[in-house]
Write a new protein. Structure first.
Ligand SMILES: [Zn+2]
Length: 493
């Protein structure tokens, strides 16, 4: 027990350090790098009087144990009966719940139900720790976004849905899909939150560290009298005050989610795969993250913008039958800026088309050269491209207008932009048939909004930043983030 040995002033770590002090300077230097070397301690010539951790007053032991990671405490309990007894002190576990899982609820009220903080820690928080974070449900090509968080004394799975089309600047909508809590001492209860009739019995299975599934055990709670079609219409009327026809495009994601939860196609079982928010670097063009984007008749979809050297990628977190979730919807070449013509010439689609296709030809030539020389084409990094911005255009930006004939879900798009880049957008037939990357123009409006003109489709997508604060969503490393992107793309294929 390393902790025990260090606190008692005996054991291998102390003995080891004393011996090192009698060695040569080189070795001493190495010993100095030992993190727990205490200069105060090293001035002491004679060994300190032996004192056992067991002799410390219980209040002090409670303090010490409460500052250790909760996962270390069970092995400490095996040391002796005194430790085991002290580890029953609930303040230790209250502090672990707070520090490790951010539970700031008044845990005292638990005592009434006979549930201890130790139970909450072990049977709820620790047991279900692997489901905390950001997830993409496996709902055919549609994907989705789920954030599982500790909320009071519950673990709640919040499903996030894009706002109503075409209002990309509106906040995300969210509703609880399931919750886990300790109603009694024995074990945590999983409840499905879907439907009108309140929480009911559900089940969670943790498949592996980055995958879990939920199942509703009482799907009758999702039902209303009058059959499914009636349920569907009632739900639309009650929840949205609209008819099925009115609402179809506006609530694509919600309808799809409902469809999958209602039908037995997936046996009321949903599987989720872990996703991370993109790591950000100081030289990124803008802060990477999640954006809501307009996708024509498919409604609003959630796209993750991330930076990879001179490339920026937009990966679909929600998808549609043409381009499924997980695919890379847009790719922006930050080495190739496009200088927009003045506002009058910008109104001409042919003029814009000519400009973009010119850059595409240039990119093609560079790629050929690169292949001949057997290396990646040399390119300017994003920050350099940004610095090359003409002084007249910096600051308030340049005027922007969509060329005549380019369709947009809304006329409400920004009329100034900071800069534009060449990019490609993925288009495909229904069922992701014959996918193809086609040329387009990426328009950076401001920190929180960008657009993309799909030349071939003659359409414009507007993207606006998702401002929801997702918890437990950080990638452990840039490599882990890249691996995640690859794996969700592979699933989508
Ligand atoms: Zn249910």
């Amino acid at each position: 027990m390393a902790v025990c040995a260090r606190l008692c002033g005996v054991g291998p770590s102390r003995g080891c350090r004393r011996r090192q002090q009698r060695r040569g300077p080189a070795e001493t230097a190495a010993a100095d790098s030992e993190p727990d070397t205490d200069p105060e301690e090293e001035r002491i010539e004679a060994p300190p009087p032996r004192c056992s951790l067991l002799e410390l007053p219980p209040e002090l032991l409670v303090e010490i144990f409460a500052s250790l990671p909760g996962t270390d405490l069970p092995s400490l309990a095996q040391v002796c009966t005194k430790f085991r007894r002290i580890l029953h002190t609930d303040t230790i576990w209250r502090r672990r719940c707070r520090e490790e899982y951010g539970v700031c609820e008044n845990l005292r009220k638990l005592e009434i139900t006979g549930v201890s903080c130790r139970d909450v820690y072990a049977k709820l928080l620790h047991r279900y720790r692997h489901i905390l974070g950001l997830w993409q449900p496996d709902i055919g090509p549609y994907g989705g976004l789920l954030n599982v968080v500790v909320d009071g004394l519950f673990i709640i799975g919040w499903m996030y849905l894009p706002p109503h089309d075409p209002h990309v600047d509106d906040p995300m909508r969210f509703k609880p899909l399931f919750r886990v809590h300790l109603m009694e001492r024995k074990s945590a209860t999983v409840e499905c939150m879907y439907g009108h009739k309140g929480p009911h019995n559900g089940h969670i299975q943790i498949v592996k560290k980055d995958e879990f599934s939920t199942k509703c055990n009482q799907t009758d709670h999702h039902r209303m009298s009058g059959g499914r079609q009636e349920e569907f219409r009632t739900w639309l009327r009650e929840e949205w005050g609209r008819t099925l026809e009115d609402i179809f495009h506006e609530h694509m994601q919600e309808l799809i989610l409902m469809k999958f939860i209602y039908t037995s196609q997936y046996d009321n079982c949903l599987t989720y795969r872990r996703i991370y928010l993109p790591p950000s670097r100081p030289d990124d063009l803008i802060q990477p993250g999640l954006f809501k984007g307009t996708y024509g008749s498919h409604g609003l979809e959630v796209v993750m913008l991330s930076f990879h050297g001179w490339l920026a990628r937009g990966t679909k977190i929600t998808g549609d039958p043409n381009i499924p979730a997980g695919q890379q919807t847009v790719e922006i070449d930050l080495r190739h800026r496009v200088q927009l013509p003045d506002i009058e010439n910008l109104r001409s689609f042919n003029e814009l088309s000519r400009l973009v296709l010119e850059v595409r030809e240039q990119v093609r030539l560079e790629q050929q050269e690169g292949q001949l020389e057997g290396k990646e084409p040399a390119g300017r990094p994003a920050q350099e491209a940004a610095a090359a911005e003409q002084p007249a255009q910096s600051g308030q930006g340049q005027p922007f207008v969509l060329p005549v004939g380019v369709s947009s879900r809304s006329e409400d798009y920004p009329r100034t932009c900071r800069m534009c880049f060449y990019g490609t957008g993925l288009i495909a037939g229904h069922g992701f048939t014959s996918p193809e990357r086609t040329p387009g123009l990426f328009i950076l409006f401001d920190e929180d909004r960008f657009g993309f003109i799909w030349l071939e489709l003659k359409s414009f997508s507007l993207y606006s930043r998702v401002r929801a604060a997702f918890r437990n969503a950080e990638a452990p490393s840039p490599q882990a983030f890249d691996d995640m992107l690859k794996s969700i793309q592979a699933v989508a294929c």
